[in-house]
Design a protein around this ligand. Structure first.
Ligand SMILES: [Zn+2]
Length: 103
């Protein structure tokens, strides 16, 4: 039973189903625009997590078929740089990789 009975269980125009893929996989460009940091990839896919986890790079809602999913080796580097040097330094790394690889 939902905690708030006023919220409909079926998806509506303004809220979806948390088990469905993020809209990212169908978007032509990776998410992110001013004033937010452009990471070059789906942000969730850059948090390196072991296979089987349900968040970060293993979050099934950014599916393997998503054209903006970061390669695992980029996620590993990104996670370290994020911890050591912060979000902007990590974004520079992931964006440079994406610009070099062209995808
Ligand atoms: Zn994605």
């Amino acid at each position: 039973m939902p905690a708030d009975a006023t919220i409909p269980q079926a998806p509506t125009a303004v809220h979806g189903n948390a088990s469905q893929p993020y809209p990212c996989h169908a978007a032509p460009e990776p998410p992110g625009s001013e004033p937010f940091i452009d990471y070059g990839y789906c942000r969730t896919s850059l948090d390196h997590q072991p296979p089987g986890a349900r968040h970060g790079s293993s979050d099934p809602r950014c599916p393997r078929s998503c054209p903006h999913k970061a390669p695992e080796r980029v996620a590993v580097q990104f996670t370290k740089v994020f911890a050591w040097n912060g979000a902007r330094a990590a974004a520079a790394l992931s964006k440079a990789h994406r610009d070099r690889s062209g995808k």
